[in-house]
Design a protein around this ligand. Sequence first.
Ligand SMILES: C[S@@+](CC[C@H](N)C(=O)[O-])C[C@H]1O[C@@H](n2cnc3c(N)ncnc32)[C@H](O)[C@@H]1O
Length: 239
Amino acid sequence: MMVFLVGKRRVLVNTSAKSVNTDFGRIDLAKIKKYGQAVKSSTGDSFVALKPSFVDLLKKAKRGPQVVTPKDAAQIVALTGAESGWNCLDAGGGSGFLSLFIANIVKPGTVTAYERTKESAEKIKSNAKLFGLGNIVVKNKDVLRGFSEKKLDLITLDMIGAEKMIKPCHRALKEGGWLAVYSPHIEQQLRCIKELDKLKMECATVENTRRFWKSKAGFTHPFHTQLAHTGFITVARKI
Ligand SMILES: C[S@@+](CC[C@H](N)C(=O)[O-])C[C@H]1O[C@@H](n2cnc3c(N)ncnc32)[C@H](O)[C@@H]1O
């Protein structure tokens, strides 16, 4: 089982390994039988074995091209109301970060991820395994050549040429279904909005900015350096 060992250091490990070395001693993993259990390292330091949360596991996930962060994936969920039982398509699967986030929300619904490179398609499969998400189907195909999925609740696009996908996505959505386009550059959003307008799909574009604050009594202020920009999201609904 995967455990998140929290003490003076934080480590995410699979207990199928015998032990793990930290700079606060070696921890014998065979001793860990359940979540919430306290363990001591060889130097006598205390750790607690927690059940890893979705965001803990993300730190262990394999990454390739720029991923959609949980902040933006959560925004897509907030704007579309994605919920358990939805069937979704994620085009431009990449490392699967967005697929994983959505699959975790919609299970037992499904996410079909289209990814044209074999290397990234394998990353999505291995990440889905790490998260124990059996509801992600990975198709190692160029989605611009066509896709067979129909009556979808949600389609997410994070790929070059997303604007060419708008028409086929409109056909593949069920009435009331949602389309969300993610891109780091506004130009791609504008190209997609032009296509959405042709189909008379109402849409809204958001930039989801977030600032972390240093919270210390008497010295509370935003951190001086922050990740200033990730991407834009346009959501549209088929009505
Ligand atoms: C920016 S990454 C997507 C990252 C992903 N959303 C995530 O959160 O991990 C874009 C991916 O789209 C894939 N891609 C681009 N065009 C594609 C196409 N026509 N069909 C399938 N995949 C495509 C690329 O190979 C690349 O892996």
